[in-house]
Design a protein around this ligand. Structure first.
Ligand code: APR
Length: 259
């Protein structure tokens, strides 16, 4: 690990270890090392010529429900085959070290939960949950649905079933958003990992934290729309920087306890 990154991690660990209230905010980048495509990297393979903004929308679903369904079944299979990476594991360790931690994610996968995080606020829903696009009745996915060329139909109203994710133009789950907003306003440290910071209202959260006096730390191998807001930047993949950061936070906390 280069010296610059090592220094930034030590600085970030000091700030995180001394925080009474900590928010972690993740985007697709935290799952990239588990083999799950991020949104703004070129879509790989057969989906490379489709625009996620087109597919993840009511208009896209109305235009071609089968195409949208097959895209989500492809993504869901990738999520189910994936395993949490060292970045996810480190965040579960961090929650055990700092009980005040609030984890807010834009991701629709369940890798944070599978890594062991207990309290995860999903702002953009869950790819493994389904409901009727018409009457909203929850739907339990059947084994045959994975290979179906078209979405299942609701037993009650016969409208199409869709994944319980937030599509472009739809409103975010109110309770999760309110809790996330409050956590961002009240936290002392806001750690943002693996997001381009271009999709609102989620991308507003680091700005709110900053405006309320929080220390903002960014982990991202690339510059993002949030990099200007960050007080400390770890320009590295989450799977590399997070285990190192959380190990240093642990040793800081042990030192503080014995001091
Ligand atoms: N570790 C950390 N960050 C990474 C890694 C990695 N290994 N690999 C890529 N990244 C960063 C990229 O540099 C980029 O800044 O992750 C970010 C991914 O950005 P996006 O693909 O835009 O994903 P995200 O920011 O989560 O998108 C937000 O937009 O498409 C909608 O609803 C969708 O929740 C999604 C939202």
């Amino acid at each position: 690990m280069n010296g610059e990154l090592g220094k930034s991690i030590a600085l970030a660990a000091e700030v995180v270890a001394s925080a009474c209230s900590l928010v972690v905010f993740t985007g697709a980048g935290v799952s990239a090392e588990s083999g799950i495509d991020t949104f703004r990297d070129a879509q790989t393979g057969l989906w490379s010529h489709f625009d996620p903004q087109q597919l993840a929308s009511q208009a896209g679903f109305a235009a071609d429900p089968g195409l949208v369904w097959r895209w989500y079944m492809h993504r869901l299979a990738r999520v189910e085959q994936a395993t949490p990476n060292p970045g996810h594991q480190a965040l579960a360790d961090l929650e055990r070290l700092t009980p005040s931690l609030t984890l807010i994610t834009q991701n629709v996968d369940d890798l944070h939960e599978r890594a062991g995080n207990q309290r995860v606020l999903h702002l953009h829903g869950h790819i493994g949950r389904f409901h009727c696009n018409g009457c909203q009745t929850p739907y339990a996915l059947q084994p045959d649905d994975y290979a179906s060329p078209t979405p299942p139909q609701c037993m009650l109203c016969l409208d199409y079933v869709r994944p319980s994710v937030v599509w472009f133009g739809e409103i975010l789950p109110e309770q999760a958003l309110n809790q996330a907003w409050r956590a961002a306003e009240q936290c002392e440290v806001f750690l943002v990992i693996g997001t381009s910071g271009v999709v609102y209202p989620a991308a507003q959260l680091p700005l709110i934290a900053k405006r309320h006096g929080a220390h903002v730390i960014e982990i991202n191998p690339e510059i993002s729309a949030l990099s200007d807001v960050a007080d400390v930047t770890l320009r590295a993949p989450g799977g590399e920087a997070l285990p190192r950061l959380v190990a240093e936070v642990g040793s800081q906390l042990r030192k503080d306890r014995t001091a």
